[in-house]
Design a protein around this ligand. Structure first.
Ligand SMILES: C[S@@+](CC[C@H](N)C(=O)[O-])C[C@H]1O[C@@H](n2cnc3c(N)ncnc32)[C@H](O)[C@@H]1O
Length: 282
């Protein structure tokens, strides 16, 4: 597979903007490498060496294939962004975070992220931690409702939480069906997507990892080094900005989030909720 088309190809979000804010050489870290979309852009358009980190080994295997031809300029590391500070002894000129999940992960039914494909209720990015199914078994209705509200913005979170706990679905399609039954007719898709997003964010502790990742990333930046991050959820963005506000060793270069252009959103609907921000180490 050449990484050209098909499920192995995750189209990098706001690649042009990432490149515009990027340094042109040095040592870069892509802390959410995935299948290597942004890494490829950086390798093709700068002189830098790029380290790619991801918690998902299966994504990195594909990244290695997609980056063929750039041997000697990149390295892939399987690890967790929440410990990023301790993973590297060296400092970087550029660090990139592109939070959330990739198209490759969404398409792989065994990972259980998709509400369109039958699969186990797993939803873990890596292999550690509890699965979505185990989480649903152990969480209370109240706690689940809180999570659906917080990460999924669901108006009828309590009713959906109660139904999920009652049915305790084992598979993705079973969960989707429970939610669909409680969703307004035209909003079925939207509600199911939000429930999946909320459960995924909870079991992978995504909001907390945004905080730990960015904190660790700042520690790993050289002076004048840049950290670019792309969030897809307002809670995550807020958390990231809180981290930055508390520090006096970084400067935010983008007061307002940089948004993808209309053309990109048309080409790649995944990009529609993306907010990109850049900070510089003082
Ligand atoms: C949106 S994708 C990145 C796609 C990539 N930028 C590209 O263009 O191909 C986000 C990636 O973050 C990874 N990820 C999620 N949580 C992580 C964590 N705690 N530590 C490291 N990587 C993580 C996911 O496995 C996923 O591959």
């Amino acid at each position: 597979m050449d990484g050209g088309t098909g499920p192995l190809r995750h189209v990098p979000v706001m690649a042009e903007e990432v490149l515009n804010f990027s340094k042109k050489e040095g040592l870069f870290l892509d802390a959410t490498a995935g299948t290597g979309g942004h890494m490829l852009t950086l390798l093709e358009n700068t002189q830098a060496k790029v380290v790619g980190l991801d918690i998902d080994l299966s994504s990195l295997r594909i990244a290695a294939r997609n980056l063929r031809g750039f041997e000697g300029r990149f390295m892939l590391v399987n690890g967790d962004m929440k410990t990023v500070k301790n993973l590297f002894k060296t400092k970087f000129d550029l660090i990139l975070f592109d939070f959330g999940l990739s198209s490759f992960q969404l398409e792989d039914e065994k990972k259980g992220f998709s509400f369109r494909k039958e699969g186990p209720l797993d939803m873990r990015f890596g292999r550690k931690g509890i699965t979505a199914r185990e989480f649903l078994e152990n969480v209370s209705v109240e706690e689940l409702a809180k999570i659906l509200r917080k990460y999924g913005d669901l108006p009828n979170a309590k009713v959906i939480a109660r139904d999920i706990k009652k049915k305790l679905p084992k598979t993705t399609l079973e969960l989707a069906l429970v939610v669909r039954k409680r969703s307004p007719r035209r909003k079925g898709h939207k509600f199911v997507a939000r429930v999946f997003q909320a459960i995924r964010m909870a079991i992978n502790e995504e909001e907390e990892n945004v905080k730990l990742g960015i904190e660790g990333g700042i520690e790993l930046l050289k002076k004048d080094g840049r950290l670019i991050f792309i969030t897809y959820h307002s809670g995550e963005e807020k958390r990231a900005l809180e981290v930055i506000k508390e520090r006096n060793d970084v400067k935010l270069l983008t007061k307002k989030p940089v948004r993808p252009g209309k053309e990109e959103i048309k080409r790649n609907p995944r990009a529609r909720s993306a907010h990109l921000r850049v900070l510089e180490k003082l």
